[in-house]
Write a protein of this length. Structure first.
Length: 222
């Protein structure tokens, strides 16, 4: 029964992700990338705007783990390990920015854009709830983006701008590692399903996260 519930939830999440991909492809920044008009200023804007969301990721996962009750200790442990694995990933963004010619002080002093503000507020709000299982839907969107899009985007950026691997470590690293995270995701779903209300919340959270993430990319203007 749990396997069937996991399969059905994954099917619904796949539909959400397909819509998310379409929204991303329609954003000005990604259109410039796919159409060969991407410039170094675009890459720098991308890194600047993504940094805070990446930094927040380990923080909201840690908060979510702290709000998971004793009935789901295995899920709590998994989230804590996941947060630990990624808590320094934002440093890769900073290093990529500098390696591609940017000044460290510029990326450190940059503010979140409107989409990033909304996404961050949403994630911490959800993580603060008791047993915030819906955030598995958010992980599906964010980790899925990394596993499917990060490396192709990184290679396109490299081809267009002629940057060395040292300036693209964040995108190339996540393209190689988030695939394993997606396998772990199926296991996490099995820890909270079958439960119709939880499954519905996971899908709803994925939808909201996808909209806000797309807004974050849409707001990036070099």
């Amino acid at each position: 029964m749990a396997d069937a519930a996991v399969a059905e939830t994954l099917r619904k999440l796949a539909v959400v992700f397909a819509d998310f991909e379409q929204r991303l492809e329609a954003t000005p920044l990604i259109r410039k990338l796919t159409r060969g008009r991407f410039e170094l200023a675009d890459y720098h804007a991308f890194l600047i705007n993504l940094r805070q969301q990446v930094k927040d990721g380990a923080l909201w996962m840690s908060r979510a783990a702290s709000n998971i009750g004793e009935d789901h200790l295995e899920l709590r442990s998994t989230l804590m390990k996941h947060a630990l694995t990624e808590h320094r990933d934002f440093r890769l963004l900073e290093q990529d920015y500098v390696a591609s010619g940017g000044r460290l002080e510029d990326i450190l002093s940059a503010r979140k854009n409107v989409g990033s503000e909304a996404l961050s507020a949403w994630m911490f709000h959800e993580a603060s709830k008791p047993d915030p299982f819906g955030l598995l839907g958010a992980m599906w969107i964010i980790e899925g983006l990394g596993s499917i899009k990060a490396r192709p985007w990184g290679l396109k950026v490299q081809e267009r701008l002629g940057l060395p691997d040292e300036a693209l470590r964040f995108l190339l690293y996540h393209g190689d590692n988030d695939v394993a995270h997606m396998e772990e995701f199926r296991e996490m779903l099995a820890m909270v399903l079958p439960d119709e209300a939880v499954a519905e919340r996971i899908v709803t959270t994925a939808k909201v996260t996808a909209r806000l993430y797309a807004l974050q990319i849409e707001e990036i203007a070099a």
